[in-house]
Design a protein. Structure first.
Length: 230
């Protein structure tokens, strides 16, 4: 079973973007995953193909119309579609590696890329959209966020990474940040590779890496640690 993503967007030309190269590009070529952009504007019904309108209650910007977006969702995701419906939104729950893994184990996703001031709340509720954020900042639209989510998911699909273990020792997989990495030359601009890494003592290497993971996490992301490890 391949991972099938359908992206609802006003800018379908943004896909597959960087997903067309490297690991994800090869996964798309093999059919391990597919990325299908669908233009929301195709579901507008007036002569101007309008997809947005002014916000109720006044205010700046425009809001994606619920009837147009609902029609687009219904067209690509009928009632028996098992794929989750995601809305890329700065007010959503933060995307985590655990959620990435859950998505990778499923049949795919329908991803809505917001634009303007946002999406009418009624269609979010009526079509059960799960709001997901990739960080505490605002983008011009949901497309870059959707590309990041798909990059994270596709790379952990079975067979995409040459060495499956590569994905199990990374930041967030164990709840900690990843340890530092080194490679030849032994000395670079006066800086040496830590001696333990070239000692041949695998137990000592593992202990060093675990200690560095904890150290970095305490320094940079203490929010990831339980109180007794701070």
């Amino acid at each position: 079973m391949s991972f099938r993503a359908t992206i609802l967007t006003l800018y379908p030309e943004m896909f597959p973007g960087h997903l067309g190269v490297s690991l994800s590009g090869r996964a798309l070529e093999r059919g391990d995953a597919s990325v299908e952009p669908v233009n929301i504007r195709d579901f507008a019904t007036d002569k101007h193909r309008s997809v947005d309108d002014t916000p109720a209650g006044g205010g700046a910007g425009m809001v994606l119309k619920p009837d147009v977006l609902a029609a687009a969702i219904d067209a690509v995701s009928p009632g028996d579609d098992p794929r989750p419906r995601l809305l890329m939104s700065p007010r959503g729950k933060p995307l985590t590696q655990a959620r990435v893994r859950e998505l990778a184990e499923g049949p795919g996703a329908v991803i809505v890329c917001g634009r303007f001031e946002g999406v009418d709340q009624r269609v979010i509720e009526a079509r059960d959209l799960e709001e997901i954020s990739i960080g505490d900042y605002v983008l011009s639209g949901g497309e870059p966020a959707a590309l990041i989510l798909l990059d994270a998911v596709i790379r952990v699909l079975p067979g995409v990474m040459g060495n499956a273990a590569s994905g199990t020792h990374e930041s967030f997989e164990t709840g900690l940040l990843e340890h530092p990495h080194y490679t030849r030359p032994q000395v670079f601009e006066g800086r040496e590779i830590p001696a333990v890494l070239t000692s041949g003592n695998h137990k000592a290497v593992d202990e060093w890496r675990a200690a560095e993971q904890l150290k970095l996490t305490r320094e940079r992301r203490p929010d990831l640690l339980p109180d007794d490890e701070l």
